[in-house]
Design a protein. Sequence first.
Length: 147
Amino acid sequence: MNAPSGESAAPAPRPTHASLFKHQVRIYYADTDAGGVVYHANYLMFAERARLEAMREAGHPHADLIAEHDCLFMVRRVEVEYLRPARLDDMLTITTEFFGETAATVSARQTFVHADGTVCARLVVELVCVRASTGKPVKIPPRWRRS
């Protein structure tokens, strides 16, 4: 719909970190252990990729945070609950939802779901914003804040 003559259209709403983001991963042979299931530590790698894609989708790429503010998010704490195995060639959807923000931290809930809807793992991670050059905690720049 066009704005009436002489009036500008309202800007499109920008996605925020408060949204629920989905990212898919396929399980490859290199992701599995000797038993043919996803090696437990690989869930952390998949979760990080999903979080970075969620930030990018929200219009807040991590690379911009580094370039513009010399800041980056680092994992401060993580808790993983493994419920069902994921195996070679499985397609998993990882949902990411950011919550619990303070001046320098934000947390995310991430759920790993098989194509049939079965939850195979849940993860809660706390991220801290740090100065890239010093590693010391800093306030999250406004563009990257959820609110």
